[in-house]
Design a binder for this molecule. Structure first.
Ligand SMILES: CC(C)(COP(=O)(O)OP(=O)(O)OC[C@H]1O[C@@H](n2cnc3c(N)ncnc32)[C@H](O)[C@@H]1OP(=O)(O)O)[C@@H](O)C(=O)NCCC(=O)NCCS
Length: 151
């Protein structure tokens, strides 16, 4: 059984390594190398620390092993990554359900996100619908999605 908890200072290196490995294994097929390089830099331990100042970041840990991470900034889901060798075992769905519940408790009736091209069908399965597309010069194409949260 895994545990979801808020990120701590001592986790920064391991969470950064988890995200960077997932980018290289899971997202590289959908993005060019320059974009992946920019994303790797954006998730260094230092940048991750800076992100914790503006968003709440949670980790999914099992038996001392870091398996996933997710962020919530207002009513927006960010940085959902699951270790490649544990994808497809429910970790992503559990993390997403966790932040949806938090957003609901905080009074949001809609939750939004910018999905990687890699994850669009995962979010569609979880009830999100596409509302647009964005192309960022540094971070590549993303699909804007939203889901209404029911009381
Ligand atoms: C997208 C991601 C977070 C999903 O996490 P996961 O732990 O593999 O997902 P789960 O095992 O909880 O899967 C939940 C459901 O989505 C489906 N699913 C998972 N990944 C999928 C994908 N890439 N495409 C289509 N369906 C997917 C599963 O089959 C499962 O279906 P079910 O509800 O019918 O059983 C993970 O694959 C990942 O880290 N991807 C790379 C990083 C990324 O792009 N993150 C998103 C940034 S916006």
């Amino acid at each position: 059984m895994g545990l979801i908890r808020q990120i701590e200072e001592r986790d920064l290196r391991r969470v950064s390594a988890l995200i960077q490995n997932t980018l290289l294994v899971s997202n590289l097929p959908d993005y060019d190398l320059e974009t992946i390089g920019n994303l790797l830099a954006a998730f260094s331990p230092q940048q991750l620390h800076a992100l914790t100042e503006k968003r709440r970041i949670y980790v999914y840990e099992e038996g001392g092993v870091m398996l996933g991470t997710i962020g919530l900034e207002g009513g927006r889901v960010c940085n959902l990554f699951v270790a490649p060798d544990r994808q497809g075992s429910g970790v992503g769905a559990e993390l997403l359900g966790f932040v949806e519940q938090r957003a609901r408790l905080e009074g949001y009736d809609t939750i939004t996100l910018d999905s990687s091209l890699t994850a669009v069908s995962f979010y569609e399965r979880k009830g999100y619908r596409r509302t647009g597309e964005q192309a960022n010069r540094s971070f590549g194409r993303t699909v804007t999605m939203e889901k209404r949260l029911l009381g």
